[in-house]
Write a protein that binds this ligand. Structure first.
Ligand code: PLP
Length: 482
């Protein structure tokens, strides 16, 4: 290791980074430099997403190790990655190779998981709006389903009357323990749209009866929120879920519920490169708050998304122009609302760091200058950072936006018909020769890139913009009758 992050002006210098974090930051700098050197990023392709393959593997391994160290021997544990965070087939396959599964919430996400080869017994379907057709498919495939509400349970009743299914089935509850700092991501408020609201009048008794009436309901699910929920609150959500499962099993006189799905939601600190909280810390908090959870009485399912992938993605963009307006310096880059939608529309809730590099991809030095970092979209608010202190960005420089591996570069927003950027996995170090298989894009300077997702072409934009139906409104029978 011995990563040198001092004086880069790019990494958060002065921060005390532990080995794994320091090594990841060093790999990130290497990858930015190599992306420029190898021409992945250039005047014709001014925006790319880079994915640290080793980092993804390490996070997956850390998650598994944290739970393995805590559970009673033989306890089944499935870590189902929340596909919405990074809906890319090669990523899902990589996580699958690391022993993880997939949590899906739409026909598209299920199709991605299946294309990645995630087996049915490692797939969990959660969604508040499952159609009958989706439920039927899930039951036929044998994937786990968490019903969201009483009406959905009634649909399952009807489908199961037609024949049994191998699917493990559960019910999602909302423990209504309160929200975190981001309202839109707080799923356990009194009025959240998700699950059966446990503290509503009569709801708890209804849930218990629903289980007693349905011997095939063997799981209980809660996901208390994402980003902004403090650990103790996350743990309280799990504790409430555990207590309810114990109550149901007590009333049933048997261990009807055999698996608890505790959701995801571990936050990421977007202001720093330090991994905190870690999975190990979360497990410690859970052990204290819910001592019975790891005792072997229940199999466990988790559904982490952001905490597995965010750190391992970096958007890299060219500075197209640098200008000044009203005394404020503005760097106009190619990374804006189309790849950082939440940050642009809700900058207080979703701040991102911006790292400055020169035109060769070397961390940029120089005194800090207050400046705006803007995106390419045609509205004034398309800013990645406002009034940020950075070395002065100039035309041809490069900016990197770290921590964008989850909910950012894979979740494109088509404003201004800006093209989806290519996403490239990178391997650093000598031991990576040939590691990526086909699609390699070069191996100069010890960094090898592989295509994870191609950049979108303008031909694709035209096709997705109804290009095949150009005559629809003006030609033919209806068009002629103007
Ligand atoms: C979004 C979501 C997750 C993942 O949340 P993260 O904050 O990304 O870990 C897990 N489970 C459900 C049901 C979700 O909706």
């Amino acid at each position: 290791m011995g990563a040198d992050i001092d004086g880069t002006g790019a990494g958060m210098s002065g921060e005390d980074l532990a080995g794994g974090d320091a090594a990841r930051v060093a790999r990130r700098d290497e990858a930015v430099r190599a992306a420029v050197r190898q021409g992945l990023l250039g005047p014709g392709t001014p925006l790319v997403g880079l994915l640290d393959v080793r980092g993804v593997r390490e996070s997956a391994a850390a998650l598994r190790a944290a739970f393995e160290a805590a559970v009673a021997p033989g306890t089944p544990v499935l870590h189902a990655f929340a596909v919405k965070a990074t809906p890319l087939v090669p990523v899902l396959r990589l996580l699958c190779a690391e022993g993880l599964g997939a949590e899906v919430a739409s026909p598209g996400e299920l199709a991605l998981a299946r294309a990645a080869g995630v087996p049915p017994d490692r797939t969990v379907l959660d969604s508040p709006a499952k159609t009958v057709a989706e439920l039927r498919e899930a039951l036929a495939l044998g994937i786990a389903v968490n019903a969201d509400n009483p009406r959905e349970l009634a649909r399952l009743d009807a489908l199961l009357a037609g024949g049994p299914s191998a699917s493990p089935l559960g019910l999602r509850v909302n423990p209504q323990i309160g929200g975190g700092s981001i309202e839109a991501l707080s799923t356990a408020t009194a009025t959240s749209k998700f699950g059966v609201a446990l503290r509503d009048e009569g709801a708890r008794e209804w849930v218990v009866r629903a289980y007693l009436d349905r011997p095939w309901l063997t799981r209980l699910h809660a996901h208390t929120g994402s980003q902004g929920i403090p650990l103790p609150l996350l743990a309280r959500g799990v504790a409430e879920t555990y207590a309810l499962a114990e109550e149901i099993n007590g009333r049933a006189g048997r261990r009807q519920i055999d698996t608890l799905d505790i959701g995801g939601g571990l936050p990421v600190d977007f202001a720093s490169d330090v991994t905190a909280p870690t999975y190990g810390e979360y497990v410690r908090v859970l052990r204290e708050a819910v001592p019975g959870l790891f005792g072997g009485g229940y199999g466990l399912v988790t559904e982490f998304g952001r905490s597995l992938l965010a750190r391992h993605g970096t958007l890299v963009a060219r500075v197209e122009y640098a200008k000044s307006a009203g005394g404020r310096r503005v760097a106009v880059t190619h990374a804006g609302v189309q790849v950082a939608t939440r940050t642009v529309y809700a900058p207080q809730a979703w701040p991102l760091r911006v790292l400055a590099y020169d035109g060769e991809g070397r961390p940029k030095e120089g005194p800090a200058v207050v400046q705006d970092v803007a995106g390419p979209a045609c509205f004034a608010g398309d800013l990645l950072a406002e009034g940020r202190e950075l070395p002065l960005l100039e035309e041809g420089d490069v900016v990197a936006v770290p921590d964008t591996g989850a909910y950012y570069f894979a979740l494109h927003y088509g404003y201004n018909s800006l093209a989806r950027p290519g996403v490239y996995g990178f391997f650093t170090g000598a031991a990576t020769g040939g590691a990526g298989g086909e699609g390699g894009t070069g191996e100069a300077d010890g960094v090898r890139f592989v295509v994870v997702r191609e950049g979108q072409s303008v031909e694709e934009i035209v096709r997705e913009g109804g290009g095949a139906w150009g005559d629809a409104l003006t030609g033919g029978e209806w068009g002629e009758r103007r």
